[in-house]
Design a binder for this molecule. Sequence first.
Ligand code: GAP
Length: 443
Amino acid sequence: MYATIIYIMGKLEDIVSLCKRRGFIFPGSDVYGGMAGTWDYGPLGVMLKRKVMQSWWNFWVDQRDDMYGIDAAIIMNPKTWRASGHVDTFNDPLVECKACHNRFRADHLGDFGEGVTTEEFIKADIKCPNCGKKDWDEIKKFNMMFETHVGAVSDDTSIAYLRPETAQGIFTNFKNVVDTIYPDLPFGLCQQGKAFRNEISPRDFVFRSREFEQMEIEYFVNPKEWEQNFDKLLASCHAFLEETMGLPVDKIHDLEVPAEDRAHYSKRTIDIEFDYPIGCEELMGIAYRTDFDLGNIDRESGKSMVYRDKNTGESFIPHVIEPSFGVERLLMAVLTSAYWEDGDRVVLRLPENLAPYRFCVSPLLKNKPELVKKAQEVYHQLKDKYTFVTWDDSGNIGKRYKKQDEIGTPKCVVVDFDTLEDDTVTVRDRDTTEQVRIKIAEL
Ligand code: GAP
C-alpha cells in the first residue's frame, strides 16, 4: 500500500515536471514568487487545451442539431448570484487552527461531507497538517465567490462577482435565444469560458485552481421528459470522454451523488470520476437542475421564462439537465492517461487529434544545405496539409526524438541522403519507435 502511494504521488510530480520542462503549464506569476491556485499555459499547453476545447465544441455543438453556442460576460449583474443562491449557499467549510492560525477546508482533513459540523470534526481528533496540534476553532462558512467593484465608487452598492460557474450566463440568455432563433424543445445552450472560485486550499496541480475553465451545457427539456434526456446526455458524456478524448474506459466511474451531498439546485447528480494519480476524483458532473434557475429568474426579474410548445400547445418553465465539464480536470485526465515511461524514455501517448503537433520534420544533419533544403520542402508540404507540423534541427537525431516523444508528436519525419536519390523519408513512430521508409508523395 505504501509503495503504491509513493508510485502514484511520484507520477503526478513527473507530469507536473514534464509540463513545466516542455512548455505546457507553468505556475502562475512564477517570476514574482507565484500566485496560489493559478496556472499559465505555455505554447504547447495552449495547443493541447485549445484542441480539447475545440473537440468538445465540435462534438456538442457543430455535430448536433439541438445545441447552440453562447458566450456571455464574466461579470454579471449581482442579482444573478443572489437569485441563483450563490451569495447565500456557495460556501465551503473553513476551519482555523488556533495554534498556528493556518486555515483549511474542514472536509478535506478527514472522511467528511461538505456539511461537516464542528462537533463531528472535533470528535474525529484531527491533527493540524501544519503544526500537528489539535486546537481547532469553530467551523465557519466561507463564500467562494471573488468580489470586485464595478465603476469608480468602491462601496456596498458597487459589489460584483467574478462568475463561479458559466451556467448563469446561459440561463439569463434563455429568453433571448428563444425569442430570436425559436428552437424546439429539447435543446441545449453550450458555453466555454473562465470561472473563478476562491478555493480555501487549491491543490493537486491544476485539479483544484482558483481560476479555471468550464465547458457547460444547459439542456432545456419538457419536465415530463427529464429522465430520458438525463440518460441520453450521460451516455453522450461517456462517448465524448472515451472516444473523442481517448480516456481509458476502466478509469472512468459514475458516482450517484447522495441527496445530502448534492448542490442546492440539484434533484439528481452523477459525478463522473476518473482514476487520477491523486486517487479517484470528480472529473465532471451531470445534474438535473429542475426549473430552479429559470424559476428564480422568472420571479426575481419579473420577466416570464415560460416556454410555449408550439407542437403540443403546452406552456411551462422548462427543466434543465446540465453536463458540466472542467477543462483542467479533463486535461489532467488526458495527460495522466498519456504519460508513459519506458526505461529512460518518457512518452506522452496523446491521441493524434489532441497532440500539439502531428508531425515533426528534420534534416538528418543540420550542416548539409542540400538536406535542409529538401527537409524544408517536406515540412511546407505537410504544414499546408496538416497545419500542426513542427520543424526541429536542434541537437542530434536521438535528442530530437526524445523531445518529440515528451511532447507527444506521433510521427517524426527525417530527410537523409537517400531522400535526395529516391524521394523517400524515414518515418519514426512515437509509441513503437519503429522506423519505416515511405515515399514523400505517400506521406
Ligand atoms: N454549473 C455547475 C457547476 O459548476 P461544479 O461541480 O461546481 O458544478 C463543474 O463544477 C466542474 O467544474 C467540476 O466537475 C470540475 O470539473 C470543474 N471545477 C470545479 N471547481 C474547480 C476548481 N476549483 N478547479 C478546477 N476545476 C474545477
